[in-house]
Every structure is written in structure tokens, then in C-alpha cells.
Write a protein that binds this ligand. Structure first.
Ligand code: TXA
Ligand code: MG
Length: 346
């Protein structure tokens, strides 16, 4: 299949182009598009056959449900059975934005979109291109991250081209996304529970509703029989081809350990700006990447860096760890999964 690749400047959006993309969606095709979190691979959420094409393109297990993206709260009424007080409060506080809510679904949403569940995950993205695409489509858009299943989620149009060129109808390249990690998922069908951490943190949520639980396995390796409430959380994810190890401890000790570990290897190192100077004794052929300084920068650069290491073809990667608070919880959730929870304490 020939994939049409179009670049759209978020500052002056080409509406014609989005009309064409909207038509592809209405006709059952696949369009990848930017959101504020990561790129999504979109299809009509109300069309089971279109949803099936997403699973095929990604190589995604069919029990892993899709998020329906909407461009107005009115669209929510069409697809969910009941919107309670907690939902209203969270929607007022964080929509449009990087938060996904799980509701009981209406029959109009096919099982093919929800992996057979009687619930549906819904997100109202803030990215202007995403919103306009949903408006032009006139239907909610089911969209998982636009990567081949298991690979790091795409944060640039180039990443999507790498994974999806020749497989889908259209790729809309809107440049680098803002957040860089997928949305926070909150289940509202029972006690409010975070199923996946993201940019909207537990603290932010508890400023709006009284209490939110956290589903297990977010920062520690889940036991064999653990069944996460978000089916997708059980799969190995975000993994670079290289063997990734996290190293935790005082910065100087971590750097010293990593310097020893990479000797004689085709290796990469993940650090931050202020620690770059600690790696004085590594040979020139070792790739050292800084993710920036703030935790926001780290979140924005993590997935792209894992992909970059794949391109360089390194065999092993050592990464520093980040404080597990606020956005750091989401960063460490993704890094843990990418590393298969492999951690060295020094
Ligand atoms: O930021 C995001 O959420 C991005 C952008 C494109 O919007 N999308 C995204 O989709 O990350 P995906 O498919 O990569 O991850 C969706 C997660 C999966 O872990 C899935 O199991 C869970 O949401 N999920 C979807 N519907 C669910 C439901 N009804 N109940 C529980 N978990 C659900
Ligand atoms: Mg994904």
C-alpha cells in the first residue's frame, strides 16, 4: 500500500488535508496523527472492521482495547452509558488534555474496539491537529500509539514513518509531540483507579476528586498471576533491541559503575545534562545521550532516545533512574518496562 505522508504546521493548519484524512477515516481507513502525548494510529471507533485494521497494522493482541478520541464532550454522550460526578470533575479539570477515562460503553461502540469489554476508554486530546481531524471525521477515532506493538511509542512523524510506512493510508506529520509519554488512564467504573500513570499525576487528580487508587504493577515487577485492569499493561513494551539495565544510587557511584560496565562493549548510556561530566572515562565509541534536565524534558526525550539507540545498533544500554514522584512515576513506569525491570543498585 502507498502511504500518503503529509506535513502539517500546527501553527497554520491545512484544513483541506484534514478533510481528506477525515474522509479516509469515515471510509474505514487508517490515519496516523499527532496528539499532545504520542502519535496515534486512528480509525473509526464505531466500525469494527476499521478497528480490526489497526490491530493488524500494529501486530497488536486482539484482547488489548483501543482508546476512543473525541473532540467535544457532546461526543461522549453518544458512546458512554453514564457520566458521574467524579467524571465531570476530572473532565472539567483535565480535558482537553493527556487524560483517558474509562466508562461503561453504549452498544454503538463495537466489541472490536474494546477488545470485548463492556467498558470504553475515552480521551479528548488538546492537540489542535488531532481535534480538527476528529471534527472533520465526524466520528470518535479509535487510536492506540502509532508504533508496531512492543516498540517505543512514536514522538515524531519520522518515528511513525519508520513503523507504518507502506502499511496504512496516511501519516500526518505534525512535528515533535509535547508530553512524550502516553495519557494517564483512570478507570471510573468502580473506585476511581489509575491504570497507567502519565502527565496528569495522582497528586493532580486528588486535588479534584477525593481519592484515587493505583492499580498494582506500575513501578514494581508484577507477579505471574497479576491481571492488570488495563489489558495492555501486561505486555512487554517500549523495549529497545538492546539489553537495557537501570542503575540506581548516588550519581557518582552510578557513573562509576556504568563506566566499568560499558568497557569493551558496543554500548549506550542514558543520563541527564548535569551528570554528563561524570562520564570522563568512557571511550569515544560509547554513545552517551542526555535526556535533558527537568523531568518534563526526560519524559519528552525518552522514547525517541530508545529508538535512536536501535538505529545505532548498540548491544547494551545503561540508564540512570529518576525520582519516582509526580511525572517521574510515569517515566519510571515506562523505563522499568523497557528494561524488563532489570535494576542494579550501587
Ligand atoms: O496518550 C495516549 O493515550 C495515546 C494517544 C494516541 O492518545 N494512546 C495510547 O493507546 O497510548 P494505547 O492503545 O497504546 O494504550 C491504551 C491502553 C492499553 O494499555 C489498553 O489496554 C488500555 O489503554 N485500555 C483501553 N481501553 C480500556 C478499557 N476499556 N479498560 C481498561 N483498559 C483499557
Ligand atoms: Mg501503546
Amino acid at each position: 500500500m502507498e502511504t500518503k505522508i503529509v506535513k502539517i504546521n500546527p501553527e497554520s493548519i491545512d484544513e483541506k488535508c484534514l478533510e481528506e484524512a477525515g474522509q479516509i477515516i469515515r471510509e474505514g481507513g487508517l490515519v496516523a496523527f499527532p496528539t499532545e502525548t504520542v502519535y496515534g494510529l486512528g480509525a473509526n471507533a464505531l466500525d469494527a472492521q476499521a478497528a480490526a485494521r489497526i490491530y493488524k497494522a500494529k501486530g497488536r493482541p486482539s484482547d488489548n482495547p483501543l482508546i476512543a478520541h473525541i473532540s467535544s464532550v457532546d461526543m461522549l454522550d453518544d458512546i458512554v452509558a453514564n457520566i458521574d460526578d467524579n467524571a465531570r470533575k476530572l473532565m472539567d479539570a483535565f480535558w482537553p488534555g493527556p487524560m483517558t477515562l474509562i466508562f461503561k460503553k453504549k452498544d454503538i461502540v463495537p466489541d472490536g474496539t474494546t477488545g470485548g469489554l463492556d467498558t470504553v476508554a475515552v480521551r479528548f486530546p488538546s492537540n489542535k491537529i488531532a481535534r480538527m481531524l476528529i471534527e472533520k471525521s465526524g466520528v470518535p477515532i479509535a487510536a492506540p500509539s502509532a508504533n508496531i506493538s512492543g516498540r517505543p511509542s512514536p514522538t515524531t512523524g519520522d518515528h511513525v514513518v519508520e513503523d507504518m510506512n507502506g502499511i496504512i493510508d496516511m501519516i500526518i506529520d505534525g512535528g515533535h509531540v509535547g508530553v512524550g509519554l502516553e495519557s494517564t488512564i483512570i478507570d471510573l467504573t468502580g473506585t476511581p483507579t489509575i491504570l497507567r500513570p502519565g502527565f496528569v499525576t495522582r497528586k493532580m487528580i486528588e486535588q479534584v476528586i477525593d481519592h484515587v487508587e493505583v492499580d498494582g504493577g506500575i513501578l514494581e515487577k508484577p507477579s505471574e498471576d497479576f491481571r492488570p485492569k488495563a489489558p495492555g499493561m501486561k505486555y512487554k513494551h517500549y523495549a529497545p533491541k538492546a539489553d537495557l539495565t537501570m542503575v540506581k544510587g548516588q550519581a557518582e557511584n552510578v557513573a562509576e559503575y556504568i563506566e566499568q560496565a560499558v568497557k569493551g562493549q558496543n554500548a549506550g548510556i542514558i543520563t541527564i545534562d548535569t551528570h554528563m561530566d561524570l562520564y570522563k572515562n568512557v571511550s569515544d565509541d560509547i554513545k552517551i545521550v542526555s535526556l535533558g534536565n527537568s523531568i518534563e524534558e526526560v519524559a519528552g526525550n525518552l522514547f525517541g532516545t530508545l529508538r535512536q539507540f536501535d538505529e545505532w545498533g548498540v548491544d547494551v544500554i545503561y540508564s540512570e533512574v529518576f525520582e519516582e514522584k509526580d511525572l517521574g512515576v510515569a517515566v519510571m513506569n515506562r523505563l522499568n518496562k523497557a528494561a524488563g525491570y532489570k535494576l542494579v543498585n550501587v
